[in-house]
Design a protein around this ligand. Sequence first.
Ligand SMILES: [Zn+2]
Length: 315
Amino acid sequence: MFCTLPAPAALINGHSYLALRDWGRANGFSRSYACSRDTAIFTNRYSKVIFEKDSHVAEINGINVALSFPVAEDKGEFLIAQMDAGKTLEPLVFPWKADDNKISTIAIDPGHGGKDPGNRVGWHSEKTYTLLLATELSQQLKKAGFKTMLTRTKDQYVDLDDRPNLANRHRADLFVSLHFNATASGKDRVSGAETYCITPVGASSSNAGGAGASYSRTLANSVETESLLLAFEVQKALVKNLGATDRSVRRARFAVLRDAKMPAILVESGYMTHPTEGKKIYTPAYRRQIAAAIVKGILDYQRLTQPATKFSKSK
Ligand SMILES: [Zn+2]
């Protein structure tokens, strides 16, 4: 069945929407997309994007990515918010423009610390495992040829605002904040990885309400496209390498992301509350795997953003 439908731009809840059919055509996607009542699939030689009616998530090349506004449908026509087309789809489905910013120093932020234990499950505190993972990640990144700096190296309280500021002062080129998740309900059910990057100006965050509901511009918005791509590559590596449930690339104006001048992400690499995933998080072997996945994501991001450097070096 074809979704051959008219494509007027619509205004839904005050937000400008585009017809996906027009978006696909304008952006070189094959017109022979498949669709059902609730799902539309767009493919071209390089990309496959799956949209679901009313969903806040699109699947882009096999990875779930949060949208700022839900996919809408009108008389069988799928519509997407203009902001999502520009700020989320296009940076991920089109060839990346090379930039000259070399990645040499990577800031690693072990979440929580000191008086802030983070999530607690039994006698396990999140702050312990974020520091252990940070140390492992630092070693692996150094082996891969990067310099690293940690926002804390011991069980110490560091203000949320100070963390990106430390990275700014060290002129780090990337910022990676490490966390582990927990849930109060559905402990047996809820597992998997999430990777956050800054919310575009004017959009809602994935963690609705609270501080995330503010629409204002932050320092991090100046590199939001790079942050999204970094989040995508790291999330992809986590899902593929760990076999973890894909809880999607998400958006939030977290204090640790807001003030970063460099591409910045926050990784929730698993659930401490899940009976099997939780136990794995407490083992060095699994943390080595998590670290290896994050390194792979960073290397893939580097390859995409700096093809010129890569090719000239290999000559
Ligand atoms: Zn945390």
